[in-house]
Design a protein around this ligand. Structure first.
Ligand SMILES: [Zn+2]
Length: 107
């Protein structure tokens, strides 16, 4: 949740200005909303090396996929880890990869 820097009023995520005092929301806040502090490279490498356990997906916040990858690996006695591995390559090859909050991850 974001707050107005002038009056402390709670702001909507996409708000361009504060509804209480009318102050404009600083532009940097927009980029913060749309970009993640997490690294796509870290996420992809974690998936390539530990994708069988969904580690990269846990990192990016995609917990559902991560748990599924973990289960598939266990059920297939390790063979299913190829899913996480390929997932990691796809993440690294993608133009922009978004985390679970829909924010674009940095390189
Ligand atoms: Zn305000």
């Amino acid at each position: 949740m974001k707050y107005c820097e002038y009056c402390g009023n709670e702001l909507q995520d996409q708000a361009a200005f504060c509804v209480k005092c009318g102050a404009a929301v600083r532009k940097e806040d927009y980029s913060d909303l749309n970009s993640s502090s997490k690294s796509k490279l870290t996420c992809g490498l974690l998936q390539i090396f530990l994708g069988g356990f969904g580690v990269g997906r846990f990192y990016s916040g995609h917990t559902g996929i991560a748990v599924a990858q973990l289960i598939v690996t266990i059920v297939t006695c390790g063979a299913g880890a190829i899913w996480g591995f390929i997932d990691g390559i796809v993440i690294l090859a993608s133009q922009e990869f978004r985390d679970a909050e829909g924010k674009v991850m940095r390189e």
